[in-house]
Design a protein around this ligand. Structure first.
Ligand SMILES: *Cc1c(COP(=O)(O)O)cnc(C)c1O
Length: 453
C-alpha cells in the first residue's frame, strides 16, 4: 500500500499536464484546482482500501469528467409526464407567459417596487399584488408573504402569541415536507387547545373550551387526505358565529386555496377563498403556487385592520417576498381579473384540458415512438391535481404506455437525461401522461425518449 501511495502524483504534477492546463484556460483555476485535489484525495482513499494507484492519464480523465459536471447548475428543466398537475417535488405551478415576462422585467432592471411614481417619493411594496387580492376576494385587506407556512405563522404570532388557540383534533394535520400544524402553532408561541375527536368535532366542543385565555379559533383544510364515514366538522359559519359571540377571531388555513370553483371541471368542490371571506373568516391563508397557479407565496386576506397589524409585525419583514415574486403574483392575479384563467394559467389549462385533446396528443406521441421502433400503446388512465388539494379526486386522461425490457432502467435514463423526464411505472409499464407536458415540450420529450430508448 505504501508503495502504491508513493506512486500517487502531486497536485502540481496533475496541474502541469497539457490537458489540465487547457482546462484551466477554459473553466478557470478555482474549479479545476478544487477538482484535482478532490480526485487525488479520492484516489488516496481507494489505495488505502486496497486498490492500486491509477495512472496519471486516468486521474486526468477523472478531473475532466468531474469539472464537466461540477460547473453546472444543479437546478434543471424537468418535463413532468407524471400527470400530477401541482407536483411539489417538481416545483409546483409552472407560470403563465405574463407572469414569466413580469418576473423577467422586474429582475432585469429597476422597478417602482417601493416608489410612488406619481408623487415622486417613497411608496409601498404592498400596493402591487394586494389591491388586486382585495378586489378578487372581497376582503378588506390582503398581504403577500413568502409562503403559506409563513402566512399561518405570521397570522398566529401577530394575533395570538401567548394566548390560546382552539383547533379540532381532526385538523391537526401534517401537510408534507415537515409542515405540521401543531408544530407551527407551537412555533408561533400560541397555546394549542385541541377539541373534539379525530373524526368528529362539533361546535359545542369549541364552545365548552373557550376561556379568558382564548384568542382565536383556528380552522385548517385537510389538504392531502380525506375523511370518510362517521365524520363531522364544525362549519366555518358556525365558528364565525361562535367567535363573534365571544369576541374572538377566526383564522382559516385553506391550504391550496382557489379563486375558481373546481366543480365545473368534473372535480369535487374545493372551498374557495371568496366563500371563506364571505362566511366571515377574519383571516384566510393560502398558497400562491398551488391552485392559484402563481409563484411561491403565501397570501393572507381578511379584515383590513388585522392585515395592517400583520404588515407591521417584525416577522412580516422576515417573510417578505422579493420583487420578482410580487411581479409574478400580480401578473397571475390579473388573469383572474380578466377572466382568462383557463386560457392563460398553466395549472388551470391542464385541469380544463379536454380528454379528446389529450387523446390526440397521446396518439401523436405514440405514433412517433412507434416509428422509432418502440413497443407502445395509448391506454386509459387518471391524472391528479396534487398540491394538497382535492385528495382522491382524479381527471380522466390518456397515457402513452411503453413496454421496455426494464421500465426501471428506462425511467432512470429519462430522469438523468437533458432535459430530465419524469413519468411513472405501473404494472411493469412506463407511463407518460401528456396532460402535464407543457405545449412546446413535445419535441424535447420525443428526443429525450429517443435517446433513452
Ligand atoms: C400546502 C399547505 C400549507 C403550506 O403551504 P406552503 O405554501 O407550501 O408553505 C399549509 N397548510 C395547508 C393546509 C396546506 O395544504
Amino acid at each position: 500500500m505504501q508503495q502504491e501511495l508513493r506512486k500517487l502524483p502531486s497536485v502540481d504534477k496533475v496541474l502541469q499536464t497539457d490537458q489540465i492546463r487547457q482546462l484551466i484556460e477554459d473553466k478557470g483555476r478555482y474549479l479545476v484546482l478544487d477538482s484535482v485535489r478532490h480526485i487525488i484525495e479520492q484516489a488516496r482513499r481507494d489505495i488505502t482500501e486496497g486498490q492500486s494507484c491509477l495512472p496519471l492519464t486516468a486521474l486526468v480523465e477523472r478531473v475532466l469528467e468531474d469539472v464537466r459536471t461540477s460547473g453546472r447548475p444543479t437546478l434543471c428543466q424537468v418535463i413532468n409526464a407524471t400527470g400530477v398537475i401541482i407536483h411539489t417535488n417538481l416545483g409546483r405551478a409552472p407560470l403563465s407567459d405574463d407572469a414569466r415576462t413580469a418576473m423577467k422585467l422586474a429582475a432585469e432592471g429597476y422597478t417602482n417596487l417601493e416608489y410612488d411614481l406619481d408623487l415622486g417619493r417613497r411608496g409601498s411594496r404592498y400596493v402591487h399584488a394586494e389591491e388586486l387580492l382585495r378586489h378578487l376576494t372581497g376582503a378588506g385587506g390582503g398581504l403577500l408573504v413568502n409562503n403559506n407556512a409563513g402566512a399561518v405563522l405570521l397570522a398566529l404570532t401577530a394575533l395570538a402569541r401567548g394566548q390560546e388557540v382552539i383547533i379540532s383534533r381532526g385538523q391537526l394535520v401534517e401537510i408534507g415536507g415537515g409542515f405540521r400544524i401543531p408544530e407551527v402553532m407551537a412555533q408561533s408561541g400560541v397555546r394549542l387547545l385541541e377539541v373534539g375527536t379525530t373524526n368528529r368535532t362539533r361546535i359545542e366542543d369549541y364552545e365548552e373550551a373557550i376561556s379568558e385565555e382564548t384568542a382565536l379559533l383556528m380552522r385548517v383544510h385537510h389538504s392531502n387526505f380525506r375523511m370518510l364515514g362517521f365524520t363531522e366538522q364544525a362549519t366555518l359559519s358556525e365558528l364565525v358565529d361562535l367567535a363573534r359571540h365571544h369576541g374572538l377571531l377566526v383564522v382559516e388555513d385553506l391550504g391550496s386555496g382557489t379563486l375558481l370553483d373546481t366543480a365545473p371541471f368534473g372535480l369535487a368542490h374545493e372551498p374557495t377563498v371568496q366563500e371563506s371571506v364571505g362566511q366571515g373568516a377574519d383571516l384566510v391563508c393560502f398558497s400562491g403556487d398551488k391552485l392559484l397557479g402563481g409563484p411561491q407565496g403565501g397570501l393572507i386576506v381578511g379584515r383590513g385592520d388585522l392585515i395592517a397589524s400583520l404588515r407591521q409585525h417584525p416577522l412580516a419583514r422576515a417573510l417578505r417576498v422579493d420583487k420578482t415574486t410580487i411581479a409574478g403574483m400580480q401578473a397571475t392575479l390579473l388573469h383572474y381579473l380578466r377572466e382568462e384563467v383557463t386560457d392563460k394559467v398553466p395549472v388551470w389549462r391542464m385541469i380544463s384540458l379536454r380528454v379528446e385533446e389529450i387523446q390526440q396528443r397521446a396518439d401523436v406521441l405514440a405514433e412517433r415512438l412507434k416509428a422509432m421502433g418502440a413497443e407502445v400503446e395509448v391506454v386509459f388512465g387518471l391524472s391528479t391535481v396534487g398540491g394538497g388539494s382535492l385528495p382522491g379526486e382524479t381527471l380522466p386522461t390518456r397515457l402513452v404506455a411503453l413496454q421496455p425490457p426494464s421500465p426501471n432502467r428506462l425511467a432512470h435514463r429519462l430522469r438523468t437525461g437533458e432535459p430530465a423526464v419524469v413519468g411513472r411505472i405501473e404494472g411493469g409499464r412506463f407511463l407518460l401522461d401528456p396532460r402535464t407536458v407543457l405545449a412546446g415540450e413535445e419535441d424535447e420529450l420525443l428526443m429525450a425518449l429517443e435517446r433513452a430508448l
